[in-house]
Design a protein around this ligand. Sequence first.
Ligand SMILES: NC(=O)CCC(=O)C(=O)O
Length: 302
Amino acid sequence: MNVLKNKVNISIIQLAGSKPDKLSNLKRAEDLIKEALSKYPKTQVVVLPECFNAPYSVKLFRKYAEPIILNDKENSPSVYKLSELAKTFKILLIGGSIPEIDLKTNKIYNTSLVFNSDGELIGQHRKLHLFDISIPNGITFQESKTLSAGDKLTTINDAKTGLNFGLGICYDMRFPEGAMYAARKKNASCMIYPSAFNTVTGPLHWHSLAKSRSIDNQIYTILCSPSRAEEGIVDEFGEPVYKAYGHSIVVDPKGGIVCEAGENEEILNCELDGEFINEVRQAIPIGFQRRFDVYEDVKLKE
Ligand SMILES: NC(=O)CCC(=O)C(=O)O
């Protein structure tokens, strides 16, 4: 089965660590999308990082959260802006993630929204695995202090670009099942993870995780990070709250790095090639060689 018919051109935007002013974060995203399209006019898909519109801070998620209401510039400025950008620039926009408030339950989520080139919301993913870790002398972060977890895996098939992909947010990439589900059950050609690793776990696992998700499933893996400002991501008082790793990256279905950013703001661009996925799958045919007769208990149910 052809997993991706035509090549798809994608730009990954490593935006500056999100500042306390939401509207200026949205403006920065707009400016860099414009720049991406002028540098890479073939761009069909644009990806932004996790929590690109607000400081990535457990204490601040609620303050910055907005409901997902379409066409409501006042109450949902980020949703409005993402839709407008997708439509204006005629792109499939993976809008990083934003803190979302569900007005019915008052719960807060870390949510990624996807808009097609008509500005229509065609998918949304609430971070499924909350980033709760505590590494002695390293980093402690407890998203679950203020966030609730989503309860669905997300795959999105965009008819206009032909891109069928799985969507996760950052820590979700540590759980291989989401990528397995997208690739094996939904025939996705890539996994896209708006992310914000940090300077402790980034050097440890970032590249290995991207390569693992690709090699296991013979798909592309795309990780989009904020850039690493020297002072880190700061709150409204200028206090550092998080230091993002940077190194946004695209890994191909064979596990090779297609492109990788450094630590500063940067735009990556590459093509996703379905033919290459087919070649890798023919050369190393693990898709047909799985022994579910032996490990039935970990089989994804048909
Ligand atoms: N924003 C996140 O989910 C960070 C995940 C992370 O750094 C990790 O090591 O996993």
